[in-house]
Design a protein around this ligand. Structure first.
Ligand SMILES: Cc1cc2nc3c(=O)[nH]c(=O)nc-3n(C[C@H](O)[C@H](O)[C@H](O)COP(=O)(O)OP(=O)(O)OC[C@H]3O[C@@H](n4cnc5c(N)ncnc54)[C@H](O)[C@@H]3O)c2cc1C
Length: 452
């Protein structure tokens, strides 16, 4: 089968949205190579989308979900969709609405507004009967199976899903509120995104935008390079002669290497300076100056955008669920997303360490995988281990072109983790206007599928 952009989008949609419940149906998805994404498990998964579980009327149980982001809300919705009305689902979210990080780099360049990225919880509440509570969960008691909220109220559960996203380390020099209000990361869409946009607008023509990238793993592997591209493109058109200096703590570009390397050396030659192995030592916010552990020593910018190292959400850290080797992420059974530290607690989304990327598209599928595992447990069934998930990401490169990246992962029962299908993720050969329009369709489908 010849691979085309459109078949990929359809297949990615099918995998993403039938999600993790895809059985491989007798074919051997590990056999093909990633050079042909349509034959690397995507098509198999698409054919098997009907295998998603049907609601079973006698399923009963109480599930509390902490965090209504890409992973948590998908889990809550599918618990009700597949579990039926006997499954009580309460979702606790600290904010009244959700602001998408995905496409938030386009707010910096004025192509999107922040308000266009805001999603309401009303539809999932209305259509699926998820009980949405606004509040912050501050404690988990896995023995009594109870969570405590900041207002001291409690919720009992049979199974708990924890999906709080990430928290950000404080970089040396940014300990004060004043310093952090001047040097923002904008890696959580919201007020910092607006601040960074205003800083760009105020930047002098011929000025310098300096950004830092933390060591992997971090949220959205291609995201920082995408940001460098869209900012460079905007500066080229609006503030000619300006530069973007990318200080990367990693030794190389972490995702879509072909796309970003080609863009940095070609389209943005003389605009983007990419510096690998440049970890932050300290930042002087008042002087917008960064010291890095590379030959560059010290770099001064007109705008400094420092993306700090990340770790699991506070509720995970405070409740002894962050048991990965570096203590930053929650270890989970990759087939069920049940914590390896606490029985009955499932950690999904960016907070967990499951050997797959930290991204919204895949977080949606982790939500569905955990929902299915919990429903099977309520029915006295063993978890499904015949699992395929896919990650898909579109990256805007200029104001009118985009690129894409996709990878398919299959659960490996022997190793107990996910194995990439083929040899490597696939990426677009070049950024195009067609990809840009497909990106907008992919985004509205993903967000509609999660929030509606
Ligand atoms: C610039 C940028 C671009 C990106 N682009 C893409 C992309 O193209 N494709 C892609 O797939 N991904 C992309 N991502 C990554 C994606 O946004 C994240 O991976 C995804 O949002 C993670 O989902 P999550 O549910 O784990 O966390 P989140 O979406 O952050 O949701 C966590 C939720 O939990 C809530 N919460 C936290 N703690 C508590 C508590 N104690 N009590 C109650 N509520 C709590 C928070 O308020 C939040 O609503 C991008 C990220 C960035 C920053």
């Amino acid at each position: 089968m010849n691979y085309t952009r459109r078949t990929w989008l359809t297949a990615a949609g099918a995998v993403g949205f039938s999600a993790a419940l895809t059985h491989c149906g007798g074919s051997d998805p590990l056999a093909p190579t990633a050079a042909d994404p349509a034959s690397s498990g995507l098509a198999d998964a698409q054919r098997s989308r009907t295998s998603a579980p049907k609601p079973v009327s006698n399923t009963t149980g109480r599930v509390v979900v902490v965090g209504g982001g890409m992973a948590g809300l998908a889990a809550a919705k599918y618990l009700r969709l597949w579990g039926g009305t006997g499954v009580q689902v309460t979702l606790v979210e600290r904010n009244p609405s959700y602001t998408s990080n995905i496409l938030s780099n386009l707010v910096l360049t004025g192509q999107r507004t922040l308000s266009s990225l805001v999603y309401s919880y009303a539809t999932v509440k209305q259509n699926y009967g998820v009980d949405i509570r606004q509040g912050t969960v501050v404690g988990i008691d896995p023995i009594r199976r109870r969570v405590t909220l900041a207002d001291n109220s409690t919720l009992d559960y049979d199974r708990l899903i924890v999906a709080p996203g990430v928290v950000f380390d404080v970089l040396p020099g940014l300990e004060s509120d004043a310093a952090r209000s001047k040097v923002v990361h904008a890696w959580q869409a919201g007020p910092e995104t607006a601040t960074l946009r205003n800083q760009l607008l105020a930047m002098p023509t011929g000025g310098t935008f300096v950004m830092t990238i933390p060591k992997s793993p971090y949220r959205c592997p291609p995201g920082p390079y995408e940001r460098a591209c869209v900012v460079a493109d905007w500066l080229k058109r609006n503030k000619p002669g300006s530069k973007v200096i990318v200080l990367d703590a990693n030794g190389d570009i972490q995702a879509e290497r072909h796309t970003f390397d080609t863009a940095f050396r070609g389209l943005f030659a003389g605009v983007v300076e990419y510096v690998p192995n440049a970890g932050v030592i300290s930042i002087d916010a008042a002087q917008t100056r960064i010291s890095v552990n590379s030959q560059m020593g010290t770099v001064v910018g007109d705008v400094v955008n420092a993306i700090p190292p990340q770790r699991a959400g506070k509720i995970v850290l405070d409740n002894f669920l962050a048991n990965s080797a570096d203590g930053r992420w929650a270890g989970v059974n990759a087939a069920t997303f049940e914590s390896t530290a606490a029985a009955g607690v499932h950690v999904i989304g960016d907070s967990c360490s499951a050997g797959i990327p930290k991204a919204g598209h895949i977080g949606n599928q982790e939500g569905k995988t955990a929902a299915d595992a919990i429903l099977r447990a309520f029915r006295g069934l063993a978890p499904d281990t015949d699992l395929v998930v896919n990650s898909a990401c579109f990256s805007p490169i200029t104001a009118s072109t985009a690129s894409w990246l996709t990878a398919v992962y299959q659960y490996d029962t022997t190793a107990g983790g996910y194995k990439i299908v083929g040899t490597a993720p696939s990426e677009a050969t070049s950024p195009t206007a067609d990809n840009y329009s497909e990106m907008n369709k992919w985004f509205s489908t993903l967000m509609g599928e999660t929030f509606a």
